[in-house]
Ligand binder design. Structure first.
Ligand SMILES: C[S@@+](CC[C@H](N)C(=O)[O-])C[C@H]1O[C@@H](n2cnc3c(N)ncnc32)[C@H](O)[C@@H]1O
Length: 134
């Protein structure tokens, strides 16, 4: 991040977020939000982001459209935890498959799967497109 960059981090669990605050709390570029990610996504009315890293349910398995709307033209939507894991709830694998199909079927984003770490997808919004198409 350069001096003009801004980072907004949303976490439901204030105790978990306290760890990040300890490390980055003095950085004026960072805004810490302790609330449900879905509520935050529904209420946010600021500028779009160059990078959206959706690392929990809202913005990924719920509120996907809203999270994608907040990616600026040319910007990136990033998700991980896509490789099957032993502790997944029964229906989760199907949810991941639906999510991948949704992302890869879009015309406004170009997606690539990365066989790295827990399994990632990087989806980049077309530079001149700003609306979803199905
Ligand atoms: C997979 S962890 C990722 C944490 C962090 N991004 C990391 O890489 O270490 C998911 C996080 O989402 C938080 N979380 C769960 N449900 C949430 C929700 N509805 N809104 C916001 N955060 C949530 C959990 O407390 C947990 O810290």
């Amino acid at each position: 991040m350069d001096g003009a960059s801004r980072l907004v981090t949303v976490e439901l669990n204030a105790a978990v977020q306290a760890v990040a605050r300890e490390q980055l709390g003095s950085d004026v570029r960072v805004t810490f939000v302790a609330k449900d990610g879905g509520e935050w996504l529904e209420g946010y009315d600021g500028e779009p982001f160059d990078l959206v890293f959706a690392d929990t349910w809202p913005g990924k398995f719920t509120h996907l459209e809203r999270a994608l709307e907040l990616v600026a033209p040319g910007g990136t939507y990033l998700i991980d935890d896509l490789f099957p894991q032993p502790g997944w709830p029964e229906a989760h694998e199907a949810s991941v498959k639906r999510l991948l199909a949704e992302l890869e079927g879009r015309h406004d984003f170009r997606s690539v799967r990365l066989a790295w770490a827990s399994g990632l997808v990087m989806a980049v919004r077309g530079a001149s497109e700003s609306t979803a198409s199905s």
